[in-house]
Each structure stands twice: as C-alpha cells, then as structure tokens.
Design a binder for this molecule. Structure first.
Ligand SMILES: Cc1cc2nc3c(=O)[nH]c(=O)nc-3n(C[C@H](O)[C@H](O)[C@H](O)COP(=O)(O)O)c2cc1C
Length: 396
C-alpha cells in the first residue's frame, strides 16, 4: 500500500487486480513511467496530498477512511460533512438499499456494454464526475487531476466555478467532454465574463446550480472554524465566492434564460427534486436536469435523490437527459438509478477521496472499479447494454 510517485520511476506499467474473481473487476490502468499528470500546485500552508499512483480499491466506501488519513482535517471535514443532522446525506445511500435487483440467469451473456452518450457526447460508462468546488483540498493537482482521471476513464466531468485551478487548465488536463458549472453571481458582467470563458475553452454545456441560494448549516465546518484557504483560480485575488460579486440569492427563470442567451450553449439545472420543477424546466428550454440534493449539504431532511427520481423521470418522459447524484457508491446503485430513469449518474465525494489517494490515477481507478461493478450487475441481471436497463430488473 505504501506506494508513491517514485514507484513510477522504476516501473513502466502497472496494473492492479481487485478481486481475483475471473478478473471481473480488473481495471485497465496502465501508466507510463513519468506520467504524473497535471502540475501540482503549491497551496502554501495547506498540505494537500501529492501522491500520483494506482490505488488498490476493494470498494468505494472504504476510500473515505483512507482519505481521512491523508487530507488535512479541515479539508476532510468540509468534504465528508453535510448540513444539519446529515440525515439527507445518509438517506441518499440508504434509499438505494430499499430497492432490490431481480437477477436473470441463463441469458447467454458473456459481456456487458456500458458505453453511452450524454447530449451526444460519447462516454465509456454512464458514470460522470459531479461538480465539486475545491478539488485542491483533496490533492495538489486539484480540478486538473480529476479531469485527467475522468478523461483516462473515458468519461465526462462537470468542472466547478469555485475552482483551485483555472477553468482553462482544467479543460487542458484531459481530452474528455466537460460541462462548466456556475453559481450565478449578482453582477451580470461577472457572470458573462466567466460564461464566455467557459464557452471559449470548449465546455459542452453549462450547469447552473439552483439549490445553493442560501448558506447552509454545515456544523462540522463551524466546529472546525474551516474556511478554505485555497484560491478561487477563476477569479484571481479571491478565496471562494466571486470576489467582485457575491452569489445571486433571488434566482429565477430569467437567470436561466440569461445563461442560455449569453452562451448559446445547452443549459442543465442542478438541484431538481420534484416533477413540477422538471416539467417547468422543459418549458423553459433547459437541455437537461440533475436530480440532486447537493449531497445533503444544503437543506437537511430533503428526500434522497433516488427516492424522487422515478416520478421525475415519469414527468420528463425521455424528453431531456437526467443526471442523478447523491450516495452512489456501488455498481448496483448505478444500475438501479438507470433502471429508474436516469441517463447517467454523477459521483461526488468518492472522486475527491480517490484523488487524494492517487491523484488522477486514483480517480481513473475508482471510476473503472465502479464501472466494473456495474458490468457485473448487468451480467447477473441479464442485461447487455445501458439502453436495455429497465425497471423490469427491479423489485418494484
Ligand atoms: C466537497 C464538495 C464540494 C461540492 N461543491 C459543489 C459545487 O461547487 N457546486 C455544486 O453544484 N455542487 C457541489 N457539490 C455537490 C456535488 O455536486 C454532488 O451533488 C454531491 O456531492 C453528490 O453526492 P455524493 O457526494 O454522495 O456522491 C459538492 C460536494 C462536495 C462533497
């Protein structure tokens, strides 16, 4: 386990077997000797982890405890915690366990194809990296490391406006499709500047987060007196927020129209938890929705995203793509989310944990591990392709 960047000076290729069970969960990682990936930033007194290496993964849940040993206390508390009693955070994971999968044997399958598309972008798996501000809290390569890891796994990343490297550097770090997320600032000029930078950099869509118009009660951060000491690289000279312009609190559909008209790009809204809002979103020309409660970090006692997904999917009726996030830790969870109508799932905390342990290689390995579990699930459920995953495989 005690491996570090130096390992790559002595070995030209590495691979790690996860289960030994017929190689079912074996990732395809092969790294060149000197490929430490995007530059490591110096975050001054904040000692962000720097290892870039293949990590051994038994399952995603176990990454949390290992990450806690390498991420500075305040940064780890910020990542792991949620609002209030953290009921919603835990419920996000628990909700998946209340639905079971009905296997279908003797299907003659010897493989499962997890390739799919999102807004026409080809993905190797229906699993993407959700937006998170402050990847630098987990690793010195920050957002660029995660982008590189997602690209190596062949999937998409949603890059944050609250970023520790610039949106341009995140884009350059991997040749995968990426969306750019924005918290709308009060000042439309500030919003326009950053949106047009994202467009020029080659982002494929804009994700507007709609559920963070009020600061939430994240009590771990209060207890730790934690305020990120890292820079917001998209807005030099600021630490968090937008410096010149705070977040807009009175968001409305005019703000969504503003983003669409300013960029001419597809716009997703993130934070949808009701069929009513999903239907309104379609009327307002939104290109896709992300069903999310922000990983339980905003309003505690909101429902798990998986709980509300079926009714939202029914209301959307396939007219626009649905991303769902929150509590996805197993290939079975991915399968269940897709069966209930999501097009892809987005991962939050496990990305930062994997990043902290192995930089971009950690992120690649984690994504491929989860996709390996999905393939295993699909084969035992007798389902060959993503398009074939349906409610028929669930006990509902
Ligand atoms: C450290 C951290 C930072 C986050 N920052 C943002 C953000 O800037 N914008 C946003 O829309 N969501 C943000 N999220 C929420 C994630 O996009 C996602 O909704 C959530 O983490 C998914 O749940 P999971 O962590 O259980 O996978 C953040 C989550 C974490 C853990």
């Amino acid at each position: 386990m005690a491996s570090n960047r130096r390992d790559f000076l002595t070995s030209t290729a590495v691979a790690v077997s996860l289960t030994g069970s017929a190689g079912l969960l074996k990732p395809s990682i092969a790294a060149a000797a000197d490929d430490t990936g995007p530059p490591l930033q110096n975050f001054g007194s904040y000692a962000a982890p720097t290892d870039v290496r293949v990590i051994e993964i038994i399952n995603l849940r176990e990454l949390e405890g290992r990450a806690q040993k390498v991420i500075p206390n305040g940064g780890f508390g910020y990542i792991v915690s949620a609002a209030g009693d953290e009921w919603t955070k835990h419920e996000n994971e628990a909700a998946y366990k209340r639905v079971t999968i009905v296997p279908h044997y003797l299907s003659g399958l010897d493989s499962a194809d997890t390739t799919t598309t999102l807004l026409g972008n080809k993905l190797s798996m229906p699993i993407i990296v959700s937006v998170m501000g402050g990847h630098g809290l987990a690793h010195a390569s920050a957002e660029a490391g995660s982008a590189r890891g997602a690209a190596a796994a062949g999937t998409l990343m949603i890059a944050p406006s609250q970023s520790n490297v610039t949106l341009e550097d995140t884009m350059k770090a991997g040749n995968n499709p990426k969306f750019f997320q924005i918290y709308i600032p009060q000042d439309r000029g500030v919003a326009r500047d950053v949106l047009l930078r994202a467009k020029a950099a080659g982002y494929k869509a804009i994700t507007v987060t709609i559920d963070a118009t009020v600061s939430s009660n994240r009590e771990t951060d209060t207890r730790n007196k934690f305020h990120s000491p890292l820079p917001n690289a998209n807005f030099p000279g600021t630490a968090g927020g937008y410096g010149r312009s705070p977040f807009k609190e009175n968001l409305g559909w005019d703000d969504i129209a503003f983003v669409r008209e300013t960029t001419g790009m597809p716009v997703f809204i993130k934070g949808v938890l009701s069929p009513v809002l999903a239907t309104e979103a379609i009327k307002h020309g939104v290109a896709g929705i992300q069903v999310s409660n922000h990983g339980g970090r905003q309003l505690d006692d909101m429902p798990a995203s998986f709980t509300v997904l079926p009714k939202i999917a029914e209301a959307v009726g396939g007219r626009i793509p649905i991303i769902v996030d929150g509590g996805i830790r197993r290939g079975q969870d991915v399968f269940k989310a897709l069966a209930m109508g999501a097009n892809v799932v987005a991962l939050g905390r496990p990305v930062l944990y994997a990043l902290s342990l192995g930089g971009w290689m950690g992120v690649q390995g984690m994504l491929e591990h989860l996709n390996g579990e999905l393939k295993m699930t699909m084969r035992l459920a007798g389902v060959k392709s993503i398009a074939d995953i349906s409610k028929g495989s669930l006990s509902v």
